[in-house]
Design a protein around this ligand. Structure first.
Ligand SMILES: Nc1nc2c(c(=O)[nH]1)N[C@H]1C(S)=C(S)[C@@H](COP(=O)(O)OP(=O)(O)OC[C@H]3O[C@@H](n4cnc5c(=O)[nH]c(N)nc54)[C@H](O)[C@@H]3O)O[C@H]1N2
Ligand SMILES: Nc1nc2c(c(=O)[nH]1)N[C@H]1C(S)=C(S)[C@@H](COP(=O)(O)OP(=O)(O)OC[C@H]3O[C@@H](n4cnc5c(=O)[nH]c(N)nc54)[C@H](O)[C@@H]3O)O[C@H]1N2
Ligand code: SF4
Ligand SMILES: [Mo]
Length: 756
């Protein structure tokens, strides 16, 4: 595998550290096992988890008194001691100055300091008056895959069972909704069957729409190690851009943005044609379906005829040979593993893509055995545990239940001890509808916790007026976020190890973060705020668990009534173990590495594989036709803009852009162009350009890089002075409602030369 130029970037990080001695033990690039910002000795080491991404790395935190001084990857955890630059700088995160210390209330257009009593009284009054005058659906909660499970669970319960509105959604809608819906449709239950450990057994990696190298570095490191001990292992990367991940692939398929479903169906076509499918597995475990209708194997084969590589290669921007190689490697390897993230989820056909990826595994029998699995990489540290598992989305109830299913509603009403008929059968507003409902003044009062939608939503120009109209209560650790600009009440919250709670990462693993530091000023945990609000709204009895330990125990017991059973995962166990994978039905159960397979407590005795999420125990292979993305190139908009991440920055940058090492290394927001396009347009490095889409235009500097492919412009969304989301389109998948951040047709024109 090629070696990357990342060392120079790491050196930059080292140079960026002012005054501190920095030692870093590096692996294959941006992955570290130990990173020390030496500020003296360390008295005690504490087991914890990184608070950033869904890799969910175990970390060891070195404390000197009440100060976090050292970070080390936890060798005993699933990440085997490997962490990335963001995790390595967790100590810097806890030191960021200018935290929000006291509540603020907007008076005459300005946020002014208040007491908690005054702020919470006002919040409760506003919620009550909206509910009284306009009904419970005039209020809403918008949460985050970065809150602890106990927090999301409590918010969900308060709003759905207490206030009686299903208007509960979160930033996970922007992120995981297509993957979650894909799993539910195909297997009947959300969450992956596989584990990270499968990486150590896979012979073919199919990485599609994931820049694993920058966004899940320890996972990339594990893949790299697998490849280095076994050079025959193949890595296929499907990404329109020549990312750091793509550069190290054996086969990089630089598809035209928005066309992947043609590729997946063409691969299926070739797998059938070359007899690389597993008929026995299909006959035992698979059902074919077109929309709601059962169809046969032959119907599926006939459907694939439209996807002969010769018919689709041109639209994909690939050669027939490239498609053949991908199908051959996937179909003939002993164990194939797919990994994917936003390049597939944030798409108009996000759910269809997820279904079809799952199908590749089902028809080849590459599932439920070591190394063979579709594994959707999760984005945030607790999108899985906190949002998906607790059902904190507008169409869900806890433990894989659905708002629209009467039995599910009645079951949850019993478990939460509220009268039958409490839950509305109508799903609440999903994220995109919710912000539209603010524009339309249907939602009058909303609580936003741990998210910064005024920077992260697509088509910002359209939704900002809604944030202005709605009475917004924003709980954040900082005052200077984009969303805080529209807050009517701003509540200071505790961050990371200033509070206790459970995080659930990609592979169904729950891990505990324990409080080690007091929050600054009068900041409170998000749970404390929710408990306070519940009491003020008259739901103190419903929200009876008021501490994180009590909430966890309540949720743990409730989980026992579902196929998500993790009743055996106690705080006590989590304090001593490096996380446990559910299902885990009792305290002596070791957890479940491979779901739907022997060893999973829900698989019947004597069965090797059982897709028990479905009534007939069969997973579904859907016939999913490709539909052209609405964002097609035209003379007016001849480039694709795609947006995403860089390794040093976390989302809207509120945290990472305040850590000098990360800020210096990532520089500012910019449009990144391929040299060929730049040359053709007469654009040079640092030129100022205007990029225009159907939604608007923004100005920004250009950077030129071979990592981009001709016709595609890349921009990240971390820089609040470069709000790329003003021009990103806001169409969304019709089923998952996840927006299409990845494909926007744009034009680009040069403004003037500048020395930025
Ligand atoms: N450093 C860092 N790491 C993070 C985060 C972060 O903010 N910073 N955030 C976390 C979160 S919440 C998330 S959701 C994940 C996201 O992790 P990723 O999904 O890996 O990151 P992105 O950069 O959003 O997008 C991934 C890739 O999709 C590609 N892509 C764009 N259009 C298409 C297409 O049409 N087809 C295909 N196949 N690919 C396409 C892009 O070129 C990009 O390389 O990262 C997590 N990890
Ligand atoms: N253009 C473009 N836009 C995107 C995406 C993309 O790929 N392209 N990806 C989308 C995806 S996948 C995601 S996940 C979203 C993320 O979008 P957001 O959730 O809006 O982004 P964050 O920056 O993570 O916002 C977290 C906020 O919570 C605050 N915070 C941190 N810790 C705590 C805490 O413990 N409690 C509270 N109350 N607040 C806290 C932070 O200061 C910050 O303001 O962005 C989406 N937007
Ligand atoms: S990979 Fe994710 S969880 Fe691991 S250290 Fe980096 S940001 Fe933290
Ligand atoms: Mo995400």
């Amino acid at each position: 595998m090629k070696n990357s130029d990342q060392f120079s970037r790491r050196d930059f990080v080292k140079l960026g550290v002012a005054g501190a001695t920095v030692g870093a033990f590096t692996l294959g690039g941006w992955a570290f096992t130990e990173f020390i910002v030496d500020e003296g000795t360390t008295d005690t080491w504490h087991k914890s988890v990184c608070r950033f991404c869904g890799t969910g790395c175990g970390v060891m935190l070195g404390m000197q008194g009440k100060k976090l001084t050292r970070i080390r990857g936890d060798e005993n955890a699933h990440n085997k001691g490997v962490i990335c630059i963001k995790g390595a700088l967790l100590a810097e995160l806890m030191k960021i100055p200018n935290r929000l210390l006291i509540p603020k209330i907007r008076k005459n257009g300005k946020l002014v300091s208040s007491t908690w009593e005054e702020a919470m009284q006002l919040v409760a009054e506003k919620f009550k008056s909206s509910i009284d005058n306009f009904g419970p659906d005039s209020v809403a909660y918008y949460g985050s895959g970065q809150l602890f499970t106990e927090e999301s669970y409590t918010a969900n319960k308060l709003f759905k069972a207490g206030i009686e509105t299903n208007n509960v959604d979160s930033n996970a809608r922007l992120c995981m909704a297509s993957a979650a819906t894909g799993y539910v449709q195909t297997f009947g239950k959300d969450e992956p069957m596989g584990s990270y450990e499968d990486i150590d057994h896979a012979d073919c990696f199919f990485i599609i729409g994931s820049n694993t190298y920058e966004c899940h570095p320890p996972i990339w490191e594990r893949i790299r190690i697998r490849k280095s001990v076994n050079p025959n292992v193949k890595i296929i990367v499907v990404d329109p851009r020549n990312t750091k991940t793509a550069q190290q692939a054996d086969l990089h398929l630089a598809v035209v943005p928005g066309t992947d479903l043609l590729l997946l169906n063409a691969m299926l076509y070739l797998l059938v044609k070359c007899q690389n499918i597993d008929r026995k597995f299909i006959d035992e475990h698979v059902q074919f379906m077109y929309e709601e209708k059962k169809v046969g194997f032959e119907d599926w084969v006939a459907f694939l005829d439209d996807y002969k590589p010769e018919l689709v290669a041109e639209e994909l921007g690939l050669s027939v040979k490239e498609i053949q190689t991908a199908a051959h490697w996937f179909g003939t390897s002993k164990a194939s593993m797919s990994l994917w993230t936003m390049g597939i989820n944030q798409r108009i056909q996000g759910v269809f893509l997820n279904n079809t990826l799952n199908s590749l595994h089902l028809v080849t029998g590459n599932i439920c055995r070591p190394g063979a699995t579709p594994l959707s990489l999760t984005g945030q540290c607790n999108a899985c545990g906190g949002i998906r598992d607790t059902g904190s989305l507008s169409h869900l109830l806890p433990g894989g239940r659905f708002v629209q299913n009467e039995k599910d509603r009645n079951d949850m009403e019993k478990l939460w001890e509220v009268p039958e008929g409490t839950f509305s059968e109508r799903p609440g507003y999903h994220a995109m509808e919710l912000f539209q409902a603010m524009v339309d003044e249907k939602v009058k009062t909303a609580l936003i916790m741990c998210s910064n939608p005024a920077q992260s939503l697509p088509n910002l120009n359209h939704y900002i007026p809604g944030l202005e109209k709605c009475f917004l209560v924003v709980a954040d650790i900082f005052e200077n976020t984009e969303t805080a600009n529209y807050a009517d009440v701003l509540l200071p919250t505790a961050l990371y190890i200033e509070k206790t709670g459970v995080l659930g990462q990609t592979e169904r693993r729950y891990q505990l973060v324990e409080k080690l530091i007091e929050p600054p000023g009068s900041a409170k945990s998000d749970l404390e705020i929710l408990v306070d609000l519940a009491e003020r709204l008259g739901h103190g009895k419903l929200i009876k668990s008021k501490t994180t330990a009590d909430v966890w125990d309540e949720w743990r017991k409730i989980s026992a009534e579902s196929k998500y059973d993790f009743s055996g995962i106690t705080y006590e166990r989590l304090k001593n173990e490096c996380g446990i994978q559910w299902p885990c039905p009792d305290v002596s159960h070791p957890g479940t590495k491979r779901r739907y397979a022997k060893g999973d407590p829900f698989v019947e005795e004597g069965k090797e594989i059982q897709f028990y999420g479905k009534e007939n125990n069969r997973a579904i292979v859907f016939l999913r036709p490709y539909i052209k993305d609405e964002e097609q190139l035209t003379d007016e908009h001849p480039f694709y803009l795609t947006t995403g991440r860089v390794i040093e920055q976390w989302h809207t940058g509120t945290m990472t852009d305040k850590i000098s090492e990360l800020k210096n290394a990532s520089k500012r927001g910019k449009f990144i162009l391929n040299p060929i396009d730049a040359h053709r347009l007469g654009i040079t490095e640092n030129d100022l350009v205007v990029v225009t889409s159907k939604k608007g235009k923004i100005e920004g500097p250009v950077s030129i890089s071979d990592n981009e492919t001709p016709g595609v412009i890349f921009a990240s969304f971390f820089d609040s002075s470069f709000l790329i989301n003003k021009i990103v389109n806001d169409q969304y998948d019709p089923v998952s409602k996840e927006p299409n951040y990845k494909v926007t047709a744009v034009s680009i024109s040069k403004v003037k030369n500048t020395d930025i």
